[in-house]
Design a protein around this ligand. Structure first.
Ligand code: AMP
Ligand code: MG
Length: 470
């Protein structure tokens, strides 16, 4: 079946003109084995009606969907670990299409592992199957917690043998498609500024403003920056509350909507550990867990630098200065959400944030990140469940008393959510490295995909439990 009537193609990236991307073709792969199709996401854009054969034609061979002009590799630069690299760009991916979702948002279908482009820099343009599985898992975990994230849309195994330094090789290949709220990166602006093209910076600001931050007035570059600062502060706060470490917060991996994407060496924290680092190649811990706000702020200053070609420095600086206050406000809100309680004003919300972090800090090895939020979701409404559960004995002492006092001040938020079967289980869904490796090992050694699908089904239950019908 072709796309359903809900399919609304709108390839707006082409409005920008020729200087922003290059028409490319996907590689021809020896095989196309459908491993994952995200029908829930597909239904939001009218693509759930595709047969598997059509799905493979569009997301394995990249025959353009109706109304889409064909693949385009985006041009961008960026700072990688604070070193400027003018040779970036979509080196193993492209924009495969743009379309509206059921909320009216303009989304991108972006690929990873679809073959070489003019920006591949001698690399193979491929994605490992393990890399694809890891991106699916990260996005599903973040989505289940309401973190603004791209969604993995499709994973097709492509039958090649890849050589990689960080995986036992040869290793299997795949092509991933993600559904992302834009792929316009901070680095897209940096590239225009690098060539001293004020006209291009202006075009990009207007494009991204109109499509992604329409509440900002036309021509208001500082207003646009402020919108990106606020969305980025919200995203960063949600990562922290989720215990998530993205791993590679380069300016080419941050986009203007404040929705995260491109999940490579990510990890979720087992325990509160500010210096916890995800990427083995991040020797200095530049992108460690608690340094993510600083990393995002630094990236925002680079975006502001590019915008100096079209705006005065002072209002740009003022917009940047909004990051700190927005981040702390969003962090309070994120912790309230994770604990399932209502706001009680700034002072009380801040006490809850502080005492939660103090408890996690002092809880030692036994008190993991995710279970604390699970046990105490709903505040006092979960008292008996938390104290009677597997971690009941941990909940005592000074740090706990302070946490409980701060938590119980707050009213439960939609406590009927606790009736969901997810909360009857003794343990929450976590996403720690041993489980990720076990899911991969089943695929790798026995071509057994059931642990992956079972994990995704449990994450979907968790998502529904937390969303409570919203
Ligand atoms: P990433 O760290 O995944 O965000 O990638 C950084 C840059 O390297 C981007 O320009 C990618 O397109 C490029 N890149 C990463 N892996 C490959 C690959 N296997 N082949 C070609 N380009 C790649
Ligand atoms: Mg990237």
């Amino acid at each position: 079946m072709p796309p359903s009537p809900a399919y609304r193609p709108e390839p707006r990236f082409f409005d920008l003109g020729e200087d922003y991307g290059d028409a490319v073709q996907s590689a021809e792969f020896p095989q196309a084995i459908l491993r994952f199709r995200n029908d829930r996401a597909a239904a939001t854009v009218g693509l759930e009606s595709l047969t598997d054969a059509e799905w493979i034609a569009h997301f394995g061979r990249f025959e353009p969907l109706p109304g889409q002009p064909g693949p385009v590799a985006m041009r961008y630069h960026g700072h990688q670990f604070r070193t400027y690299n003018p040779d970036l760009g979509d080196g193993r991916g492209f924009l495969a299409g743009q379309l509206r979702d059921d909320l009216g948002r303009l989304l991108d279908l972006g690929t990873k592992g679809s073959g070489q482009t003019p920006w591949s820099r001698g690399a193979d343009g491929r994605l490992t199957l393990k890399g694809g599985v890891r991106e699916i898992l990260a996005a599903a975990m973040l989505e289940s917690q309401g973190v603004p994230t791209s969604r993995a849309f499709s994973l097709i195994e492509t039958g090649e043998d890849l050589e990689r330094g960080d995986e036992p090789s040869p290793t299997r290949s795949a092509v991933l498609v993600r559904l992302s709220h834009s792929h316009i990166r901070f680095g897209t602006f940096q590239r225009a500024a690098f060539f001293q093209r004020a006209d291009m910076v202006e075009t990009l600001v207007e494009h991204a403003r109109a499509l992604y931050h329409p509440q900002v007035a036309a021509g208001d570059a500082p207003g646009f920056l402020k919108a990106v600062v606020e969305a980025s502060a919200r995203l960063t706060a949600r990562w922290i509350a989720a215990g998530f470490v993205h791993g590679v917060l380069n300016t080419d991996n941050l986009n203007v909507t404040g929705e995260s994407f491109d999940y490579g060496p990510w990890r979720f924290l087992p325990l509160y550990e500010p210096g916890f680092t995800a990427a083995y190649f991040d020797q200095f811990g530049l992108y460690a867990f608690a340094r993510q706000p600083e990393a995002v702020f630094w990236a925002l200053t680079q975006l502001a630098g590019a915008l100096k070609l079209v705006a005065e420095a002072e209002p740009l600086t003022e917009a940047l200065n909004g990051f700190g206050p927005a981040y702390i406000r969003e962090l309070r809100a994120a912790f309230l959400d994770r604990l399932g309680v209502k706001s009680l004003g700034e002072a009380a919300d801040q006490r809850l944030l502080d005492t939660t972090l103090a408890l996690l800090r002092e809880g030692g090895e036994a008190l993991r990140w995710e279970p604390l939020f699970f046990d105490w979701f709903g505040g006092f409404a979960s008292s008996a469940r938390a104290l009677g559960g597997t971690r009941g004995k941990l909940y005592q002492g000074e740090a706990f008393d302070a946490f409980r006092f701060a938590l119980f001040e707050h009213e439960p938020d939609r406590p009927e959510r606790l009736e969901h079967p997810v909360f009857a289980a003794p343990e929450p869904e976590e996403m720690l490295i041993d489980e990720v490796e076990a899911i991969w090992a089943a695929i790798d050694t026995a071509d057994d995909w059931t642990p992956l699908y079972a994990k995704l089904a449990r994450l979907e239950s968790a998502r529904q439990a937390l969303a409570g019908g919203r």
